[in-house]
Design a binder for this molecule. Structure first.
Ligand code: GLU
Length: 309
């Protein structure tokens, strides 16, 4: 049975763009007769805000999205992250190495002109610390752990985007799997989370496509079965930039307080991504049968939040 997931990050309020992605994850799982689990991605301290956890849950309920089983939190999975990290550190061919570069050094080293195939990606890390091994010490500096990507070429069959290829060594470079304080990075945490929760369908924004290949590399090394990925179009402001405060208040909590009905948001989400022909209020559940991968727009939507409702 399909099992999808909702994975809000409580680093701020959930906005219209998050709502559309959450609804798509819900429709995809339910239309397949599958389950949907909710996980709060609360690892990114100190950016995590405690009010945002409760608010995200309330936002999802208000939208009419329901999920199965108890709510999971990344902060409940710390032991499993540690276990995965130890496995990588102790593997014979050193898939992980300590990296002593400061953020500034890593950024400077990557400043060579490089047009990434993936929007928003920096040039690959040049491998300054690649020859370090577990136990090597470079003065007293803190270090993170970095994952040594393979030389292979990946091809992924994305539910929305079709076939996407990537050669991580050339396109992405080695990436951190912990912070300097030893906390698991997003990339490591998410593959462990999806594995623990038995998630086999990941619906998320297309800004995470490059991360998917990092996650495939980790899943392969950790012997995990990758889920089916679906990268959906994002909502952008009229200027083409990611939805943000400058485009007006698009927090779901703001709409709720202003008297906008959740059915209006649901109708807008379904219409703006191409699932229904006219923007009409609807409950989330009523649109499950309208869900169809082939109808989804691939291009990001540019819209003026002031004129949506
Ligand atoms: N928590 C992430 C977000 O809100 C999503 C992570 C993922 O889908 O892997 O953008």
């Amino acid at each position: 049975m399909t099992r999808g997931r909702l994975a809000p990050s409580p680093t701020g309020a959930q906005h219209l763009g998050n709502a559309r992605t959450h609804l798509l994850a819900y429709w995809a799982a339910r239309q397949a007769g599958g389950e949907l689990v909710l996980r709060i991605d609360d690892l990114d301290s100190p950016r995590v805000k405690s009010w945002a956890v409760d608010q995200a849950i309330e936002d999802l309920r208000w939208l009419g999205i329901d999920w199965d089983g108890p709510i999971a939190r990344q902060s409940d999975h710390l032991d499993q992250y540690e276990e995965a990290l130890e496995r990588l550190k102790n593997s014979a061919d050193d898939p992980a190495y300590p990296c002593y570069c400061s953020r500034k050094e890593a950024e400077e080293a990557r400043s060579a002109p490089h047009e990434s195939r993936f929007r928003g990606e920096l040039p690959p890390y040049p491998g300054t610390c690649r020859n370090f091994r577990q136990g090597d010490r470079v003065d007293d500096r803190d270090h993170c752990w970095r994952f040594r990507v393979s030389q292979r070429q990946w091809s992924v069959d994305d539910q929305v985007m079709g076939s996407i290829t990537c050669a991580p060594a050339k396109d992405l470079g080695d990436f951190p799997i912990t912070t300097k304080s030893g906390q698991a990075s997003y990339q490591l945490a998410v593959v462990v989370d999806d594995c623990i929760q038995g998630v086999d369908q990941v619906v998320r924004g297309n800004d995470l496509i490059a991360s998917t290949f990092r996650q495939l590399e980790l899943q392969e090394r950790l012997g995990m079965t990758p889920p089916q990925y679906a990268h959906v179009a994002l909502v952008r402001g009229p200027d083409g930039r990611r939805l943000a405060k400058r485009h007006g208040d698009t927090r779901l909590s703001f709409y709720r307080e202003s008297g906008v009905a959740p059915e209006q948001i649901v109708g807008w989400a379904a219409h703006s991504i191409g699932l229904i022909d006219r923007q009409e209020p609807s409950t989330a559940a009523d649109l499950i049968h309208e869900f169809d991968w082939t109808k989804l727009d691939h291009e990001d939507s540019h819209m003026d939040p002031e004129t949506i409702f």
